[in-house]
Design a protein around this ligand. Structure first.
Ligand SMILES: Cc1cc2nc3c(=O)[nH]c(=O)nc-3n(C[C@H](O)[C@H](O)[C@H](O)COP(=O)(O)OP(=O)(O)OC[C@H]3O[C@@H](n4cnc5c(N)ncnc54)[C@H](O)[C@@H]3O)c2cc1C
Length: 289
């Protein structure tokens, strides 16, 4: 299939891109890596009249440390996140996640910003950003606005972003080196979207008491799902096999309400969630401290 006809603009600054968004409104779409937008246009699921290409816009491709945060420009390609030493050292959860996203050819073009805004409920990056307490920086006609990743995702493919706004950067607090982390998912074939997945960050004190637990799922709801009940089971208690098993069961039974679809039944997703949570927590606690 070929896309429906469209007008093409290639601005060189964020200000120009915003002006184009203001002029063309809902008829316009921003193009980043094109790995989600172009297939939907080729299938004519999306038929924007105007494409605004972000690939030549200055100042959107960088990874740098600012105070205790790692700040990532929205046009950073997914493979750059995978290979970057600063990410590996300061955000090991993100580093570990990257090879799970699609295939190398797709990560070579796909951007962090495109994935976060596209907001596929089965995508890895939105859930990992929620686990990491990332903050998204958006720029629009009124200037810059910041939104926590945990507030950005509002439902199926629905995000807190106005039609005239551009996601310009993502800032993420560097992980505590004493925290433990793990990312696990199950997909039918490597590179496919996951049937279920989980990102975990935990802390424990010298006595083995869990002092903090963040557990966020993908592909088991309309948007990233944070397991609050399972975290309550862990926090303040001595970590052992039985506690981890109890937390994993709580997550599957109380924190998620997955739907059945052509890929997996709701019951199977619940089963996967329990198994993945148990394994991810075991790994994360073994890495903590
Ligand atoms: C075969 C295949 C398998 C895949 N498997 C996976 C997978 O397992 N996991 C996964 O997470 N993804 C997967 N993807 C999707 C891939 O990760 C995409 O790269 C990503 O979803 C979109 O990033 P992009 O840069 O290509 O964005 P684009 O496709 O260019 O844009 C996506 C959407 O975001 C908007 N947008 C882009 N950048 C911005 C911005 N800075 N500000 C505001 N809006 C913006 C666009 O207007 C568009 O609506 C797969 C894709 C393919 C083709």
């Amino acid at each position: 299939m070929k896309p429906a006809p469209f007008e093409f603009f290639a601005p060189s600054t964020v200000a120009e891109a915003i002006e184009l968004l203001e002029t063309h409104g809902f008829d316009a779409k921003l193009l980043a890596g094109g790995q989600s937008l172009i297939p939907t246009m080729n299938f004519r699921l999306a038929q924007p009249g105007v494409i605004i290409d972000l690939n030549r816009v200055e100042g959107l491709s960088y990874i740098r440390e600012e105070n205790d945060n790692i700040v990532i420009g929205a046009m950073i390609r997914q493979y750059e996140l995978e290979k970057n030493e600063l990410i590996k050292e300061k955000l090991p959860l993100l580093h570990e996640t990257m090879p799970n996203i699609a295939h190398p050819q797709i990560r070579n073009r796909g951007t962090i910003g495109g994935s976060l805004v596209h907001a596929d409920p089965a995508a890895e990056l939105p859930s990992v950003m929620c686990a990491l307490d990332a903050v998204f920086h958006m720029t629009g006609p009124e200037g810059e606005r910041k939104v926590a990743a945990n507030d950005f995702y509002m439902g199926m493919f629905a995000v807190d972003l106005e039609a005239e706004e551009i996601l310009t950067a993502i800032s993420i607090p560097a992980m505590n080196p004493k925290s433990g982390h793990a990312f696990l998912e199950i997909a039918r074939r490597h590179g496919d979207y996951a049937l279920a997945g989980v990102a975990v960050i935990v802390d424990q004190d010298k006595k083995g008491i869990c002092t903090n637990a963040r557990i966020v799922y993908l592909s088991v709801g309309d948007a990233p799902v944070t397991a609050e009940n399972a975290a309550d089971v862990l926090q303040g208690n001595k970590v052992d096999e039985a506690l981890i098993a109890k937390a994993a069961k709580t997550a599957a039974e109380e924190d998620i309400e997955p739907e059945s679809d052509i890929h997996a039944s709701a019951e199977y997703r619940q089963h996967l969630t329990e198994v993945l949570t148990r394994r991810a927590l075991e790994t994360a606690f073994s890495r903590a401290r």
